[in-house]
Design a binder for this molecule. Structure first.
Ligand code: PEP
Ligand code: MG
Length: 599
C-alpha cells in the first residue's frame, strides 16, 4: 500500500450500521452535558440517530485450503462493492464539495492500490480469511504510521481504519440505511465522507463522533457542508440513547443529552441569534475581504479566552490575531499549571483549526495582572512588564512556552512576544523557547518544530528598529494601544491625558510606515492588533499604509469587512501620501474626513 497517496488531511470514518442495542437506553432522562472537540460551528437540535461500526475482527481466523478461492472471490467482490459506493459518493461530491471530491479520490486510490490487494491476496493464499487478511494488512500500515513522530502522518491512521472498515463491512454485506437518519443528528464512532454526502440528502442536522481530531475529514467536510459537529466524545454511541433529544453546539464542542426545557430555550435563542446575525451580515461572513481593486485584506479576531472563539467563528474570522493569554491568569487567580494551560491553548487552536491562532505570552505587569512582580513599582507602565517580567521569571515563561508548544501539534499556533524593546530580549526569549523544545524532545512529546515566533511592536524602540526586529522575528504584530501610549508618553488609563492619547497622532503614523517598510524588506507578515485596527476611521488609513492583516474584536469584524469591500487600495494609498505632510492629529482627522466621508 502506498501511504503517500493519502494526501489531504484525512481521517476516520467507516461504514456504520444501525445499532439495535443502543435503543435499549431510555430516550428520555436527566440532562447530561458531554464535552468533545468543536469540529464545525453551528447549533443543531434534534433526535439522535446512533450508528455503530462492529469492526472487531479476529485476526487469527484461518480458512482451509479448499476455501482459498472463495475467500479471494469474496475479497474481490468487497473491493468492487467499496469502489462502487465510492463512485456513487463521488457523483454526489462533484455537485457539492471539492473537499469531498478530493477525499473520495484519495480513498478510491487507496482501495485500488495494487500493492495493498497483492499483499492481502498473499495472506489469503497462506490460509488467512479475507476479513483477517484485510485487518492484518491495514493494521501493519497503521502501526508503522503510529511510530512516526509526524503528527500529520499519525492523523492519517484514521484513513487507514476507514478503508479497512469499509472493506470488512463489504465482506460482511453490511449496508447502511441512510434514510433512517432523516431529520436527525448522527452519532457514530466515525462517519465516512460518503456517508456524510448520503446523509445530506436526508436532511441530517449535525454530527457527533467518537473519534476524529480536527484534522479529520469528518471535521473538514462538516465545515465545508455547514453541519454543526462535535467530535472526540469517546463513547458517544453508548452515552447517547437512540432517539434521545440532543443539542450539538459546534461552537463550544458540547453535546447536551435530554436537555431541559430551559436549556432547549437557551440553545434555540443562541441558534436564532446566530441565524439573525448570519442573515444580517450573512453575505459578508462568506465573502472574501478584498478591496474594490482586488487587494486581499486578512481579517482576524482578538480573543481573550476560549469562550470568545464562538464569536470569532460566527463572524468568519480567518484566524486569531491575538490571544491575550494573561486573561487566563485573572481567571485562575494564579499561574495555571502546564497541563491547565495546554488545555486552554489547545481548545482555542482546535476550535479555530485550520486557521492560525496567535498566542501572546503573558503580558504581565503595567496595569494588568501583577502577581509575581517582586515589589511596588512607582511607574508600572515603564516597569517589569511583558517580556521583561517573562525573562525575570523564566521558570514561568518556560512553563508557558512548554504548554504552547504542546498545544501546537496541529501547526496552527504562533507565539507572540509582548513589550519588546531590545534585540537581546528576543534572543533571550528564543533561548527559553529552545530549552522548552529540548525538554519536549526528552519527554518524547510532539510539537510544531517550526512554530513561528513574532515580535509585538508596541514600544517606540521596537518601531524605530523594526528592520532589526523583522530580521530576527518570523512576523510582526503592531500593538497600537501601547505604541500610542509610549510614543506620546500618555498613560492609556489616565483620564487627565486622554486628549493626548490618540493613535492617529502623526508620530504614531510615521512609526507605522517604518514598521510596514521593514516588514516588507524582510518579507515578514505584519498585522495590526491594537484598537486602531477596528476603528471606524482607520480601515482606509491602514490599508493605504500597506497593512494587509487586521485583528479586531469579533463584534467589529464584519463592519471592518464592509469598509474593506467598499474601498480602493489605490485611493487609500493616495490618502496616506496626503497624510505624510500632517503635523498634528487634527490635520490627520481633517484629511481622513475629506477622503473618507464616513470618518
Ligand atoms: C496593544 O498594545 O495594542 C495591544 C494589542 O495589547 P494590549 O492592549 O493587550 O496591551
Ligand atoms: Mg500592548
Amino acid at each position: 500500500m502506498r501511504l503517500r497517496q493519502v494526501q489531504p488531511s484525512l481521517s476516520c470514518l467507516q461504514v456504520g450500521s444501525m445499532n439495535p442495542d443502543s435503543t435499549s437506553a431510555p430516550a428520555s432522562g436527566e440532562e447530561r452535558v458531554l464535552r468533545g472537540v468543536a469540529a464545525a460551528p453551528g447549533i443543531a437540535i434534534g433526535r439522535a440517530f446512533i450508528l455503530d461500526h462492529g469492526s472487531s475482527v479476529r485476526e487469527s481466523v484461518t480458512v482451509s485450503v479448499h476455501h482459498v478461492a472463495d475467500e479471494i472471490a469474496r475479497f474481490h467482490g468487497a473491493l468492487e462493492a467499496v469502489l462502487e459506493a465510492l463512485h456513487r459518493a463521488s457523483d454526489l461530491a462533484a455537485r457539492q464539495s471539492t473537499t469531498a471530491m478530493a477525499i473520495i479520490e484519495t480513498y478510491t486510490m487507496m482501495v485500488r492500490d495494487p500493492t495493498m490487494s497483492d499483499s492481502v491476496l498473499q495472506r489469503i493464499e497462506r490460509g488467512v480469511s479475507a476479513e483477517a487478511a484485510v485487518a492484518q494488512e491495514f493494521d501493519m500500515h497503521k502501526t508503522a504510521l503510529l511510530r512516526t513522530q509526524n503528527e500529520l502522518m499519525r492523523s492519517r491512521v484514521q484513513d487507514i481504519d476507514t478503508i479497512k472498515e469499509q472493506i470488512i463491512g463489504a465482506l460482511r454485506n453490511r449496508t447502511l440505511h441512510h434514510a433512517a437518519g432523516y431529520d436527525s443528528i448522527v452519532v457514530a464512532p466515525n462517519v465516512t465522507p460518503q456517508d456524510m454526502l448520503l446523509f445530506q440528502q436526508t436532511q441530517t442536522l449535525g454530527y457527533v463522533t467518537e473519534v476524529g481530531g480536527i484534522n479529520s475529514h469528518t471535521c473538514i467536510l462538516a465545515r465545508d457542508l455547514n453541519y454543526p459537529a462535535v467530535v472526540g466524545i469517546g463513547t458517544a454511541t453508548q452515552l447517547i440513547p437512540q432517539d434521545a433529544n440532543i443539542i450539538v453546539d459546534g461552537y463550544s464542542g458540547t453535546v447536551v443529552v435530554h436537555p431541559t426545557p430551559e436549556t432547549l430555550e437557551h440553545y434555540r435563542q443562541k441558534q436564532i441569534r446566530a441565524e439573525e446575525y448570519r442573515e444580517k451580515l450573512g453575505a459578508l461572513v462568506q465573502k472574501e475581504s478584498t478591496t474594490t481593486d482586488g487587494v486581499r485584506i486578512q481579517l482576524l479576531a482578538n480573543v481573550d479566552e476560549p469562550d470568545h472563539v464562538d464569536a470569532a467563528l460566527m463572524t468568519g474570522a480567518e484566524g486569531i490575531g491575538l490571544v491575550r493569554s494573561e486573561t487566563m491568569l485573572m481567571h485562575f487567580g494564579r499561574y495555571p499549571t502546564e497541563d491547565e494551560q495546554v488545555a486552554w491553548y489547545r481548545d482555542i487552536a482546535e476550535r479555530m483549526y485550520p486557521h492560525p491562532v496567535t498566542i501572546r505570552a503573558f503580558d504581565v505587569g503595567g496595569d494588568k495582572f501583577r502577581q509575581g512582580i517582586p515589589h511596588h513599582e512607582e511607574n508600572p507602565a515603564l516597569g517589569l512588564r511583558g517580556i521583561r517580567f517573562l525573562l525575570h521569571r523564566s521558570d514561568l515563561f518556560e512553563q508557558q512556552v512548554l504548554a504552547i508548544l504542546r498545544a501546537s501539534v496541529h501547526r496552527n499556533i504562533r507565539l507572540l512576544l509582548p513589550m519588546i524593546s531590545t534585540l537581546e530580549e528576543v534572543a533571550a526569549a528564543r533561548s527559553v523557547i529552545a530549552a522548552a523544545q529540548q525538554t519536549l524532545h526528552r519527554r518524547g512529546l510532539p510539537f510544531d518544530e517550526q512554530l513561528a515566533v513574532g515580535v509585538m511592536i508596541e514600544t517606540p524602540a521596537s518601531a524605530m528598529m523594526a528592520d532589526a526586529f523583522a530580521e530576527v522575528a518570523d512576523f510582526l504584530s503592531i500593538g497600537t494601544n501601547d505604541l500610542a501610549q509610549y510614543a506620546l508618553a500618555a498613560d492609556r488609563t489616565n483620564d487627565m491625558v486622554a486628549d493626548l492619547y490618540d493613535a492617529f497622532h502623526p508620530a504614531v503614523l510615521r512609526m507605522l510606515v517604518m514598521v510596514v517598510e521593514s516588514a516588507r524588506k524582510f518579507h515578514r507578515r505584519v498585522s495590526v492588533c491594537g484598537e486602531l485596527a477596528g476603528h471606524a476611521a482607520a480601515t482606509e488609513l491602514l490599508i493605504g499604509l500597506g497593512i494587509s492583516e487586521l485583528s479586531v474584536a469579533p463584534r467589529l469584524l464584519l463592519e471592518v469587512k464592509q469598509r474593506v469591500l467598499a474601498c480602493s487600495h489605490a485611493q487609500c494609498a493616495q490618502m496616506v501620501r496626503e497624510l505624510g505632510s500632517c503635523k498634528t492629529t487634527s490635520e490627520v482627522y481633517h484629511v481622513l474626513r475629506t477622503m473618507v466621508p464616513t470618518s
